[in-house]
Design a protein around this ligand. Sequence first.
Ligand code: OOG
Length: 255
Amino acid sequence: MSETDIQTLAERVDDAARQARAIDQFATGSLTVEDAYAVQAASVARRVQRGEAPIGIKLGFTSRAKMVQMGVEDLIWGRLTDAMLVEEGGEIDLSAYVHPRVEPELAFLIDKPLAGRVTLPQAQAAIGAVAPAMEIIDSRYRDFKFDLPSVIADNASSSGLVIGAWRRADLDIANLGMVMSLDGEVRQVGSSAAILGHPLRALVAAARLVAEAGMSLRPGDVVLAGAATAAEALRPGQHVDLRVQYLGGAEFHVA
Ligand code: OOG
């Protein structure tokens, strides 16, 4: 794919995100996974040119529940910027999104540089803190339908993130209960073990994936491990709450 084509597709997904408008997914077979990551990088570069700052990355499809919900089998990653941060306890405005959904996650705060092929203990040693988190995903594609290259090009549906209180990463996070409620009604129940069998494996994968893109995880970066359960659609007026065993929680309102 030519540089011009990459820029054209990057503009298309970036404009759709900015205007909160659904677009058709890219024609099947029209771009490879490699092209798709180039489009993603170019679309996020447009955000950075507008003044947004990169804050880390997110993993996608790290749980069976998400793969089954979206019909996609491969691990993907996307780039997070400061403009995507939603204040914990704060409010989001639905008009800024196409058809947002929320999913329960864990966030890692990187303390030491990490990239390439690393072991679980190396990943553990690179973390400064861990927090309960929710990701607000918002595919720019009509009906939230996409194939693998399309969702990668659309920055893995990245749209917002809510991070609860950070705590030191000295806790065993392998199998923590996670409960996400909408308006006080329990909607998704899971375990951090649903994330690749152990959420730290998401960090191992993140280190490998960023290295393949010529990048590294740096101190201060946030890594979202990927959803532990299926995602829930957001509606006006909702209160969304996540509780994670031993870690506390996070919440926000939808306006
Ligand atoms: C793609 C993003 C998936 C996750 O945590 O699995 C994701 C999507 O479902 O729109 O963020």
